[in-house]
Design a protein around this ligand. Sequence first.
Ligand code: HEM
Length: 507
Amino acid sequence: VYFHHKSRFPLPPGLPRWPLLGNAFAIPTEAQHVFFKRLGAKLESKILHFQVFGQSMVVINDLKIAQDLLDKRSAVYSSRPTINVKDSDLPTTSMGIDYLFPFMPYGNEWRNRRRIFQRYFSPKNMSKEQDRQLEFIRKGLLPNLLESPQNFSHELTIFFSCLGGMITSSVYGIPVKRSSDPNVECQEHTFLVSEGSTTGRFLVDLIPALKYVPEWMPGAGFKTIAREWSFMVNKVISDMYTATLKGMDDGTTRECFVSWSLNEQRENDSGETILQSGILQETAGTIYKAGTDTRLSTALTFILAMLLHPDVQRKAQAEIDAVVGSSRLPDFDDMPHLPYLSAVLRETLRWNPVLPLGIPHLTTEEDIYDGLRIPKGSMIIANSYAMLHDEDNFPQPELFKPERFLKEGKLNPDVLNPETTATFGFGRRICPGAQTAISSLYLVMASILALFVVSPELDLEDKPIEVGPRFSESIISRPLPFSCRITPRGDKKVENLLKEYMNFEII
Ligand code: HEM
């Protein structure tokens, strides 16, 4: 009786549906975040409902609604859509990667893994992680940029080596080469196999209800790839883990997520449990992809913003020079004294949210919100892009304007902070890597601006090549390849400043 009573509430507004297909073909396959934002404005609703091949889907375009539901009612809004490939098609129970906890449904299995992750990536280990970040930036990123032949694909590789290497070292503690490290490349290639050309494809393939269009429907090709892919992912995850254990025995592993977690658990007498059950190995296997792509996209967005806004770049450099001087490199202690740079980071996260639609949640109960019915089993999409481009909070949201976060030269606490709002998701699923991400991005930005200038590439007639802000319009939003130059600043003794950090081939 109660159920029927509740079900009389209407669904949130949406589009007219076709039988069976529902709204599948009304939703574009690219730039969905922009489509949802515009449709919400047209239908005058900040919460929308769609039906896609029988899957109920709710899109939230508003921060308060997302907080009311995903944060405050998190007991109901914290699951994930699961992967729906038949058992018989695959060697393991599903695609073989649903044990990676970002994609696990809500419950104890997910909770155990997330706890193990959070115990290491917590404030008490932050200074150790920051030492590692400093090292990878100073011995890897900066020397590599200095030696770079200046082209986008090379620079992309440099950022990727630094961030992929940093996370590999954080998780596995094994030595990493400053460029072309075989373990970093192997993880990257393996995780990329299913993705085709864009990074977004990776997540799209993982989230069944996002496969609106036939090419993403599980067909023979998809299943073959899934089978091969799950095998390779599992092998890499197991090989990397074994390398750490071996390194722990012969003393070559530096302290890292895996070694720290094992030691900590051994002290509590339960180390055998996580070791035997393989939970630690699985949790470790999650971290590379989550921690590399997201930071890489943010770093590239930052470079693009500096290219397009030389005035912002000069202001940030002047602030760094005033605080850091010319005889040393920036470090984490400088952060509180660099409000303009902090505003640049906030604006970078806001201007091009890396995961514009976050990662979908799933409701485990029916719910009623503001007179609207949210069915059980609905996929919930929090449109972070719409929230971070909400004109009420961020006037002229398409403009890159760090000043919006400042008042009288200080960070203005009255303006929403993208470091703590929407960028990293919501509720019990909120990104557990946010602190480490922010800290490393801050140092990447400060270090580059202290030593280098981002400027336009010149064409054959020495005219600057024009670049527009264009992003891959998939699940992960990343600037499309653009030409630029990242050259040592003429007013700094860059080689001297980097002298003690050059020539470390292995970090
Ligand atoms: C700029 C960088 C990053 C951004 C923008 C970002 C954003 C996000 C978002 C939006 C989610 C989904 C939250 C939700 O479901 O509501 C997420 C989940 C996650 N992130 Fe991040 N992330 C970043 C960096 C990192 C890093 C560096 C790590 C690891 C060290 C990491 C590990 C994870 C994990 C493990 C999850 C899954 C959490 C779960 O399902 O319980 N992320 N991230």
